[in-house]
Ligand binder design. Structure first.
Ligand code: NDP
Length: 326
């Protein structure tokens, strides 16, 4: 038996609770891991609160991120005692995940814990920080360099937004942060934002083309915000879209794409090939200043994760939440 959050759904309804879990709940996999840290992402909060259809079969341990030590391995890639890192691949959705003391996973989903990071630091980054890095890599690959102008980050106080600001600022970009919590300006400026704008200026239906301002953008919000971001991106600029905090819709026109040559790049972290993951984590190790972890993340227990999940869905959580499993 081991402790973890278990989500069940039966005639008594949908429920999540911290429980003693029997090993028989763990699915098939060639590596068994003693989990030390996990995180709370937006997706995990949707799963725990039942506010989004994330979990594909029951019972299920949520948690799309984890770091831990290999306890048993039938894989030649990892041996007992290795520290490993997992982000996504449907773990915590279709395959029991990181919010428990034990996980059994497929070795092809794992990468070694980067030497630059402690388990806690790696989970402070988690899927949010790794996704932010994938967005920045996409901007770079599209030729968006720091000298070309301002980069907009939406959902700035969230996990992806906070890391996107910290990474971009460290790389020398001028970052404008869009947020519904302008009272957090001090935090956003400390991360590296040079200007804060109220998200209300972007969240309502807008014109097909607006005044050109952004050379690039990291959008975590979707919906009218993403449409307005595309409409106000400069000729030849790139917008990376990774999130849907405002909505999954995209009520946009083709005008920015056909008249200004704007590129809209979709970013998925979940099924990303291993080579891209290794590149993103290597760049995170190069770029991030260790002081950023204390600024961005807070640490909680498994039990606290139950209530913090509600706060995260209500938009009350700033930055990242690391869950210390033991
Ligand atoms: P968080 O909950 O930490 O942050 C989301 C932020 O979005 C909030 O802090 C808030 O920022 C802003 N926001 C919330 N509600 C609204 C709204 N109605 N309108 C406009 N802005 C809003 O989530 P994450 O940062 O972890 O994830 C952000 C998004 O990216 C989520 O939709 C998530 O599902 C997605 N995601 C996608 C991945 C992928 O692989 N494509 C990977 C990781 C995340 P503020 O208070 O500053 O306005």
């Amino acid at each position: 038996m081991f402790q973890g959050i278990l989500i069940e759904k039966d005639e008594q309804g949908y429920r999540a609770a911290v429980k003693d879990i029997d090993e028989s709940v763990l699915p098939e996999g060639d590596v068994t891991i003693n989990v030390s840290h996990s995180t709370l992402n937006y997706k995990d909060a949707l799963a725990i609160t039942g506010k989004g259809r994330i979990i594909r079969s029951f019972p299920m341990v949520p948690g799309i991120d984890l770091v831990g030590t290999v306890e048993q391995s039938d894989s030649d890639k990892f041996k007992v005692g290795d520290q490993v890192l997992l982000n996504g691949f449907g773990v915590g959705e279709a395959h029991s995940g990181g919010l428990a003391q034990k996980a059994r996973l497929k070795s092809e989903w794992l990468i070694p814990l980067p030497k630059a990071f402690s388990p806690r630091q790696a989970m402070s980054i988690g899927t949010a920080g790794y996704t932010a890095m994938l967005c920045v890599l996409a901007l770079e690959k599209n030729g968006v360099t720091p000298d070309k102008g301002e980069i907009l980050v939406t959902g700035a106080n969230g996990g992806v937004g906070s890391f996107a600001i910290a990474i971009l600022a460290k790389l020398g970009y001028t970052v404008v942060a869009s947020t519904g919590r302008v009272n957090e300006a001090e935090y956003l400026k400390k991360l590296g934002a040079s200007e804060i704008i109220d998200r209300a200026t972007l969240s309502e239906p807008g014109r097909p083309l607006a005044k050109e301002r952004w050379t690039g953008a990291v959008d975590t919000v979707g919906s009218h915000t993403l449409a307005n971001v595309c409409a106000s991106t400069k000729y030849g600029g790139t917008v990376t879209a990774c999130g849907l905090a405002q909505g999954m819709d995209l009520p946009a026109s083709v005008a920015p794409f056909i008249l200004r040559g704007v590129t809209l790049t979709g970013i998925d972290s979940v099924m990303r090939p291993t080579a891209d993951r290794l590149e993103a984590w290597e760049r995170l190790a190069e770029v991030l200043d260790p002081s950023v972890f204390d600024d961005i993340s807070t640490e909680i227990s498994l039990t606290e994760a139950m209530t913090v999940a509600e706060d995260l869905i209500s938009g009350k959580v700033r930055g990242r939440v690391v869950v210390n499993i033991n």
